[in-house]
Design a protein. Structure first.
Length: 334
């Protein structure tokens, strides 16, 4: 058995040579993008057979931390430790700088309703770009470095570092010129991952301490809850929740962690739907495709144990898990 692929999922051809930091699917085609610590952004075509064709790649001057597609799937944006926001026109194969931050670009998404790219950074700002002008259309000073963010519908949530009493910053994308609100973190330890509900009514955030908090924006406290995951109860090891991905049709979710495992959950019935076998290395990034039929995940070192634990010979891998409805559909609690 391949220790990096114990679930016998489809292997993506020609994976990055270093750790994978971000995975994102085109909203218009079965094209998968990955950004990695080797500074490259890569795109693959995924065939119905599960096979993959590498299409093209571009290179930053430093590790890539974030990628995002526009709504037509014709442009791919990326950012990372070189502080640059790059735009890649895949049809023309043109790779140009479209924005910048004063620190590493930690996350980004395309907002179709505004026709803008939203970027977040360790420089403690969040910026909106429409590319008809060289400067951002608006820029917000955040209370701390932005570690990760997500959006769905009109909701955007940015999770900042814990040097502030209200690190969760909320935006209503109908009024991007102002911050909607800021709240204390629902997690005791640093937020590592976040994803908004598909209906935009709330979000799930994962911490470095093996816990996920589910929060509704306008719900009462009884609607909010948290659960433990990615923990080894036999030896009391606790792992980071590196990725949270909501299923685009069912609204259920997948978590992936430093323990090398991915799990499917139902937040409405508050139960685990399925647990998968554990890989030899961390799962550093993951994402569902546009209809939720494929779950992509990267098995690669996530730097959670620092440079001393990095083993270059372990390699980095990207896998595709076909996701039948009965694995991920919501069901009543037993």
């Amino acid at each position: 058995m391949n220790r990096s692929n114990p679930n016998n999922d489809y292997e993506v051809a020609s994976p990055p040579s270093d750790g994978v930091s971000t995975l994102s699917w085109s909203p218009a085609a079965e094209h998968l993008a990955a950004g990695a610590w080797d500074g490259c952004v890569r795109v693959w075509e995924v065939l119905n057979t599960g096979a993959t064709n590498p299409l093209a790649e571009q290179t930053h001057q430093a590790p890539v931390l974030a990628t995002a597609w526009d709504e037509q799937g014709g442009r791919l944006f990326s950012g990372g430790c070189d502080n640059a926001v790059m735009g890649w026109d895949l049809g023309a194969n043109e790779f140009t700088q479209v924005g910048a931050h004063d620190g590493p670009v930690s996350d980004m998404f395309w907002c179709a309703s505004l026709n803008t790219l939203v970027t977040a950074s360790w420089d403690a700002t969040l910026r909106f770009w429409d590319f008809r002008q060289p400067q951002p259309v608006c820029s917000h000073k955040m209370p701390e470095r932005v570690r990760c963010m997500s959006h769905s519908g009109m909701l955007c949530v940015a999770a900042c570092a814990l040097g502030t009493d209200k690190p969760m910053v909320l935006f209503d994308l109908r009024t991007p010129q102002q911050i909607y609100g800021a709240t204390p973190s629902p997690l005791k330890y640093q937020t590592r991952s976040i994803d908004c509900f598909i209906d935009g009514s709330g979000y799930a955030a994962g911490s470095i301490e093996g816990r996920v908090a589910v929060r509704y924006i306008d719900g009462n406290d009884d609607s909010n809850f948290a659960f433990k995951c990615h923990r080894n109860t036999r030896n009391n090891h606790i792992f980071a929740v590196n990725s949270i991905s909501f299923h685009p049709r069912f609204g259920t979710l997948a978590t992936a962690g430093s323990d090398g495992q991915y799990l499917f959950w139902d937040k409405d019935s508050r139960q685990r739907l399925k647990a998968f076998k554990q890989a030899q290395n961390s799962i550093s990034a993951s994402s569902f495709n546009r209809d939720g039929s494929i779950y992509a995940y990267a098995v690669s070192y996530d730097w959670s144990k620092g440079a001393a634990s990095y083993k270059q010979n372990e390699g980095s891998w990207i896998y595709l898990h076909p996701t039948p409805d009965d694995e991920i559909r919501s069901r009543p609690r037993k």
